[in-house]
Design a protein around this ligand. Sequence first.
Ligand code: URA
Length: 442
Amino acid sequence: MNMRDIIAKKRYSEELTDEEIAFFIDGVTKGEIPDYQTSALLMAIVLNGMNDREMTTLTLEMANSGKTNDLSYIGSKAVDKHSTGGVGDKCTPIILPLVASFGIKTVKLSGRGLGFTGGTVDKFESIEGFNINVDSADFEKYVKENGMVISGQTPDLAPADKILYSLRDVTSTVDSIPLIASSIMSKKIAGGADAIVLDVTCGEGAFMKDLSQARELSNAMIKIGKLAGREVVCVITSMDEPLGRNVGNVLEMMEVFEVLQGKGEEDLIEVVTTLAAHMVKVSDAKENSMSVDEIKKLCRERLNDGTALEYYDKLLIGQGGLIHSTGSPIYKDYPTEVMRLTAPSDGYISAIKADMIGNASVELGAGRLKKTDAIDYGAGICIYKKIGDKVSKGDAICTLYKGKGSNIDEDRLEKAAELAFDAFVFTEDKPEVPSVVLDVCC
Ligand code: URA
């Protein structure tokens, strides 16, 4: 077997055998295949696709390329969640304590932000003292003590995905359904999940630009789950505007705290409660006999009555996070206003391009342009007007923030302001406000 023949087969749209896929992933993991051959095969997969069997084999080979977690110590069904990536997506810090209030124990492995989408690890790390680099030996201790644990992805989990993902990032081979589906599912399977609820984002600020692509990706991950013996539910959510109101690490964690106090934006609450309700439904919590709508209602109640907040405190304190006497987490930095943008004319907001808001936030220092860049935790954007809102000329539409220690220069600030302003699409007539949850596939 050799890579040249495997590449040629996929180039001519032939199916790869399980042995050929195993040979490829084994070679990638051991560093035996040069990047040019790996990249050529990735591009052939982007162009000619893979069938369900090929995708599943690719997923399982990647999942087994490193260590796999055994979560049997949890003593109940292990339920995990994952998002395909969004802007303003602060669902995980709300969902973990919310589902913990149903007795669901979660071991959540998350990533850092790269590009215009933020990362959950950076958001938790913006809390003073919070330990996000949990040793695999400590997972069990934290889950037993706090009912949940959140950690950065350990390097030994699905290492083949890490190698492929970094090549995909620089060879324009990210947005391919078989490659995204196998990348996500390999990490979830290696992480030890029995059931997985996936937030498949859809729109300009997401990999999947329209509903039909999002459904195709969802169905691919559901099929992989079936063949791999994992239950998968995909909730397709809109990324036609950033989720909620704030983008940036501390700003997003402040919004998380608001939602846990029974406040916050309706789109964020709708996505959070929908995902949490599906997690409860596939879990072995006693509430799983209720309908998803009934569980959603319960979730809203637990956000409003402080139950979820109690579990959030448990999570933060359990992993070393510092909390002020007011009950608010203590952050590593605090946002200071640098510029407020206003509406140029009377009208309505019809879209807020999430990728441009994400990129503006990165320019302000909230994200990384390179993996090694330092983060300004206090930087970001607060959005005041959402899709469907009426604006009058001169109304504030958003504010740009930087951290207290920021040394951002005028050029970057100007670029951030330009991107943020251009992200807002105005119309004269009131647009239809689309629902944020577009579909559920299982
Ligand atoms: N998220 C992942 O983990 N992998 C992809 O390929 C895309 C999004």
